[in-house]
Design a protein around this ligand. Structure first.
Ligand code: SF4
Length: 311
């Protein structure tokens, strides 16, 4: 079960912003409706090749380096194991096994380092990035984080030194933002420190009921991000994860919001709206209301028809 943790930085923000409060402070609505949701909707456990490595898509793989985060988001897709530090720590032996698996699978060209938050364990991150970046087959590295939002002071010299371990490949930093109140002076300073150490910073967001499910909030968020040099990359439909049901937004409402945003934002500022389809088949782009289309179902990347659950 996901523990409760807040940083001093977030303690201050939640006093004046109910939306950010909702993101991080546990609510009585955190149920467990297994008819509707599952603990592992993206089927990562099933696709775990060796401890800490998920290999679902041919040319890329996901490394879950730690289950530690500076603060725990109540809507976390990996809430089944994030904050469980006993199970979550990747050891030297695990890294050896991951590297051995990668060598046996030269088709893997891109690694996504995630968790938990890899930037909260900079010594381990440096070790992992050093080993992965030395593999000739690895052409692209990505690191996912929420540290600039959840505890910007932790984005310190140790973190920068870890990112500097990548010399050869492009290194993309994917920062998770949900609400414009998360773009504040301390976070912007952290982003400025990080920017020279990576190829590019992109953002990822999730539609969350009561947090960002309206045009104005997302307009302000994506405009604010592009103004500080962050490219809004993806906005996801909230995964059907047990314990986070109360964050799921009506699908029709999401498509209406994204249609309006696509009309008002520049192409650079507007992220791609995708659904990580249940069953782990991939991130399928959701069409907007510029076209007539079937809102009840989509085809995944294998051509399988996925019927969307009705809320
Ligand atoms: S920072 Fe990411 S991994 Fe950590 S609790 Fe939030 S969503 Fe989950």
């Amino acid at each position: 079960m996901l523990s409760k943790r807040l940083s001093p930085h977030l303690e201050t923000i939640i006093k004046t912003c109910p939306a950010v409060h909702r993101e991080f402070v546990p609510s009585k609505k955190e149920g467990w409706d297994e008819k509707m949701t599952t603990a592992d909707p993206l089927m990562e456990e099933e696709h775990t090749a060796t401890r800490g490595l998920v290999h679902k898509y041919g040319n890329r793989a996901l490394v879950l380096l730690t289950m530690n985060c500076a603060a725990y988001c109540r809507f976390c897709t990996r809430r089944r194991k994030v904050s469980d530090l006993k199970k979550g720590v990747i050891t030297d032996k695990d890294l050896d096994n991951i590297v051995a698996y990668l060598k046996k699978h030269p088709e893997i060209k891109e690694l996504i380092i995630s968790g938990g938050d890899p930037l909260t364990v900079p010594i381990l991150l440096k070790k992992a990035l050093t080993r992965f970046s030395r593999l000739p087959q690895i052409k692209v590295l990505r690191v996912g984080t929420r540290l600039p939002v959840s505890d910007p002071r932790q984005a310190d010299k140790k973190v920068l030194a870890a990112l500097d371990a990548v010399k050869r490949q492009p290194l993309y930093l994917m920062v998770h933002f949900e609400h414009p109140a998360e773009i504040n002076p301390a976070t912007v300073r952290a982003i400025r420190r990080l920017q020279p150490h990576v190829t590019m910073i992109l953002s990822q967001s999730v539609f969350l009921k009561g947090v960002n499910d309206n045009v104005k909030t997302l307009y302000d968020l994506f405009s604010g991000l592009i103004e500080i040099g962050i490219k809004p990359y993806y906005i996801f439909r909230c995964d059907y994860v047990s314990g986070a049901e109360h964050f799921i937004v009506d699908f029709k409402k999401e498509t209406e919001i994204m249609t309006k945003l696509r009309s008002r934002l520049s192409g650079l500022a507007c992220p791609l709206y995708v659904i990580d389809v249940p069953g782990g088949a991939g991130k399928v782009p959701a069409p907007l209301n510029f076209w007539k289309w079937d809102k009840r179902a989509c085809l995944d990347f294998n051509g399988t028809r996925i019927t969307l659950k009705k809320l």
